[in-house]
Design a protein around this ligand. Structure first.
Ligand code: C5P
Length: 242
């Protein structure tokens, strides 16, 4: 899979207002090509954050995690596709019928959007999974199972921890995308992230895209921080390609 170094870094815009977004995106400039827009920003800017990013030729990962019946999720996915977002996600918990319906719609519309699934939310504990899903499987077994279902349903990848990326690639193939948050360079605070990996090790471990927020957006020098992370991605790629 041929992805450029710069395209592998997605910066999470965990902001409320369009003004904050404009400030940080304009400050970062050409170093970053792709940004993640989540529920909070999308709703509070009435979708304008997506239009703004597209107007300055940035790519958008629309992180709205659609989770509904097949018809509703497929219609929502169609509108994401119509907005020409680079990437969007559904919830694998919606099941294979829903994911297959989304995949079919994308094919019928010759879509270029990358459609991925969220598996088990990282906020779940093992105990909560056992009681909520009445399951004897642990979190990573369930996440792997849902990743395989996502692949078999025709979607393009999953959000996962960089700790799980290698296994998911083994199960779903090299071309199945792994999109990994929980990435922290040595020099950055871990904030509230628990199971973290450095950008270089995450890439070595099979991560295709890294989703990084605060180490860049809350940094005193966001451009410098972004460049350091891109350099680590390059180093990781060199190791796996040598
Ligand atoms: O600031 P930080 O680098 O921790 O931001 C990571 C981004 O990835 C946030 O937008 C967070 O909501 C998102 N995310 C995550 N863990 C997941 C799924 C999404 O951190 N499992």
């Amino acid at each position: 899979m041929k992805l450029k170094v710069k395209d592998r870094l997605i910066v999470a815009l965990d902001y409320k207002t369009l003004d904050e977004v404009k400030d940080i995106v304009n400050e970062i400039g050409d170093s970053i090509s792709t940004y993640k827009v989540g529920l909070e920003l999308f709703l509070n800017t009435r979708g304008e954050a997506v239009d703004f990013l597209h107007s300055i030729d940035k790519k958008v990962f629309l992180d709205l995690k659609f989770h509904d019946i097949p018809n509703t999720t497929t219609m929502a996915s169609m509108f994401a596709n119509n907005q020409e977002v680079f990437m969007f996600n559904v919830h694998a918990g919606g099941g294979p019928t829903m994911m297959k319906s989304v995949s079919k719609m994308l094919k019928e519309n010759s879509s270029d959007s990358i459609a991925i699934a969220v598996t088990i939310l990282t906020s779940f504990t093992e105990k909560e999974v056992a009681t909520h899903f009445k399951s004897n499987f642990n979190i990573s077994e369930l996440a792997n199972h849902w990743a395989v279902e996502t692949k078999e349903s025709g979607l393009h990848g999953v959000v996962c921890s960089p700790l799980e990326a290698k296994k998911i690639k083994e199960l779903c193939g090299e071309n199945f995308y792994t999109i990994c948050p929980g990435v922290r360079p040595i020099w950055a605070s871990s904030n509230d992230q628990k199971r973290i990996m450095t950008p270089k090790v995450a890439i070595e471990n099979g991560a295709d895209f890294l989703v990084v927020g605060r180490p860049i957006t809350k940094s005193e020098n966001p451009i410098h921080s972004a460049k350091l992370i891109l350099k680590e991605i390059e180093e990781g790629l060199k190791i796996i390609n040598d």
